[in-house]
Design a protein around this ligand. Structure first.
Ligand SMILES: Nc1ncnc2c1ncn2[C@@H]1O[C@H](COP(=O)(O)OP(=O)(O)OP(=O)(O)O)[C@@H](O)[C@H]1O
Ligand SMILES: [Mg+2]
Length: 445
């Protein structure tokens, strides 16, 4: 409980509340009209709002409605005259927490804020117990209920407080970047920098100077001195993303650094010493690359002191609904969309898709669906066609469905690919009128 927003056009009330709440250690923001209030709410996302129902420009209840629609965890206290208790009760039915009848004493405010704090801490405790019962682990936006992943997080925590180099491997979009960041945040160097080096994409010379830096005139185009990322990461962590893409000469220089903890800037032979934790990530099989002489074995061993392997999303299907629902709420809130839930059929489709792009692909699909949806539920129509129209042969045994379910899936797939309704009916071997009836029956549009 840190920030309070006061929405009231009565200057006296604003000042009384403001002084008292600030004495209680809360940061106070004030607004004198409904419009100003809604704007300040969106900007500051306060923990508590004191809202007067009688405002000069708008009806207080519509301000309350806007606050509730934002789906941000906020406690709203309605400030009201005794005569307007009926409206206050209505406001509570709409989701306000309590009302404060005028005139009020400072004690009453203290009591209210303490009560809100107590309720808030109980609600947080219930949430975390509920997570525990369901086996859910949350680290900011990173969540999982997969046993395998719990083991990985445990390893990550254990190695975080060492200086050991870590190699994170796993398919694209499995969360390698997030784990690297968590390890840094759990490490003694958490106050230090976390610097990412993207080992793909940059031309070899550029990558070399990106990592090690250069002095003025070191090569054509080096018009200014540049500090390398290894130096910038001093007392922190350097994250070498897609490390498999390093060329042989850079691999050699990096190995030298890992052996001696010092390196040279391009164009300057004086060694620079730094204290940097190295975390590398790859979506290729580095061990195989070593066998094929594409990656130095000695460098592989140096990087791979601890190996963390991120499982694919399809190997932890229990995470699919969890992550999907989390991002659905997030995107609905950010885009003010009415969608709140994912319907069963859609969840089933999400769980039987193979997710080659892993969590990133799942998040993108949910974002797309949430933004397109105008309903309160996410339905199959909101999914990208390739997920909606899965080829039945790819389904897993536990997803075996009834004949009519299969018919529905198949019709949807054919409709998505056929040029016209007539063409779809021809492919399906039924007449267009039958197809029309079946579409209606299965609510396919
Ligand atoms: N378990 C998770 N819960 C919530 N969000 C996740 C989870 N895992 C990954 N993400 C999110 O998925 C996206 C992809 O993750 P990240 O960039 O870490 O993957 P990556 O393995 O580094 O992929 P690439 O190899 O393509 O860089 C990010 O937006 C990340 O926040
Ligand atoms: Mg990444």
């Amino acid at each position: 409980m840190k920030t309070v927003l006061l929405i009231d056009d009565d200057k006296n009330i604003l000042t009384t509340l403001e002084i008292h709440l600030e004495e209680m250690g809360l940061a106070v923001i004030t607004a004198q009209s409904g419009e100003e209030g809604v704007q300040a709410f969106a900007e500051h996302r306060p923990d508590i709002v004191f809202l007067d129902l009688k405002l000069p420009d708008t009806d207080g209840l519509s301000v309350l409605e806007a606050i509730m629609a934002a789906q941000i965890r906020t406690y709203v206290v309605i400030v009201t005259a005794y005569a307007a208790i009926d409206t206050a009760v209505k406001a509570i039915k709409m989701g306000a927490f309590e009302y404060l009848a005028k005139p009020f004493t400072p004690d009453r405010i203290t009591h209210l804020v303490r009560m809100i704090e107590r309720v808030h801490s109980l609600e947080s405790e219930v949430k975390s117990l509920r997570d525990q019962v369901r086996g859910i682990v949350r680290e900011g936006d990173f969540l999982t209920r997969s046993k395998k992943m719990h083991g990985i997080l445990k390893t990550a925590r254990q190695v975080a407080d060492s200086t050991a180099n870590i190699l994170i491997s796993g398919e694209s979009g499995t969360g390698k970047g997030v784990i690297a960041r968590l390890i840094h945040d759990w490490s003694p160097a958490k106050a230090g920098p976390f610097i990412t080096v993207d080992c793909t994409g940059l031309h070899e010379n550029l990558l070399e100077s990106d990592l090690f830096g250069h002095v003025k005139g070191a090569f054509t185009g080096a018009i200014k001195e540049k500090t390398g990322k290894l130096e910038l990461a001093n007392n922190g962590t350097v994250f070498l993303d897609e490390v498999s893409e390093l060329t042989q000469p850079i691999q050699a220089k990096l190995l030298h650094f890992l052996q001696h903890r010092e390196f040279e800037k391009l164009g300057d032979p004086r060694p620079i010493q730094v204290s940097v934790r190295v975390i590398a990530a790859t979506n290729r099989n580095l061990e195989e690359m070593v066998k094929e002489n594409l990656f130095r074995q000695d460098l592989f061993f140096r990087l791979n002191v601890v190996e963390i392997f991120m499982p694919r999303l399809r190997e932890r299907p229990e995470d699919i609904p969890l992550i999907a629902e989390h991002y659905l709420k997030k995107f609905a809130r950010e885009n003010s969309r009415p969608v709140r839930k994912i319907d069963e059929e859609t969840l089933r489709l999400l769980q039987s898709h193979t997710w080659p792009g892993n969590v990133r692909e799942l998040i993108n699909s949910i974002e797309r669906g949430t933004v397109l949806s105008r309903k309160d539920r996410l339905t199959p129509e909101d999914l990208p066609p390739h997920i909606r129209d899965q080829i039945p042969g790819q389904e897993r045994d536990e997803d075996l469905v009834s004949l009519s379910e299969m018919e529905k899936i198949h019709i949807r797939k054919v409709l998505a690919r056929a040029e016209s309704l007539e063409a779809a009916a021809r492919i399906l071997g039924i007449d267009p009128a039958t197809l029309w009836r079946k579409r209606k029956k299965y609510q396919i549009d």
